[in-house]
Design a protein around this ligand. Structure first.
Ligand code: FES
Length: 102
């Protein structure tokens, strides 16, 4: 599906992301380099965070307890992009890349 990433600088980049990849991996492979993903996708670093508005958040299954534990201090709508697996239902999804506080 085509997914639009809004960078921290406000640039919108729309890319075709293969089904089965995590959003994090898909973005990195598409050349979007705002996502550091320091842990490589095992939900332990928090440097792959994205922000979903309400409409987009409703299209993705809620965070499990493990992912949720990484998001305790974050506002609603923040997710770990490495824990979201791309499928065909995500056509047209818009995600904002979260600023990294490190
Ligand atoms: Fe580290 Fe997602 S890549 S938490």
């Amino acid at each position: 599906p085509e997914i639009t990433f809004v960078t921290t600088a406000g640039e919108e980049i729309t890319k075709e992301i293969p089904v089965g990849l995590s959003l994090m991996r898909g973005a990195v492979e598409a050349g979007i380099n705002d996502i550091l993903a320091e842990c490589g996708g095992v939900a332990s670093c928090g440097t792959c965070k994205i922000i979903l508005d309400e409409a987009n958040a409703g299209r993705i299954p809620p965070a499990d307890a493990f992912e949720g534990s990484m998001l305790e201090d974050d506002p609603e709508g923040w997710r770990l992009s490495c824990q979201i697996i791309v499928d065909d239902t995500l056509e047209g999804l818009v995600v904002r890349l979260a600023p990294t506080e490190y």
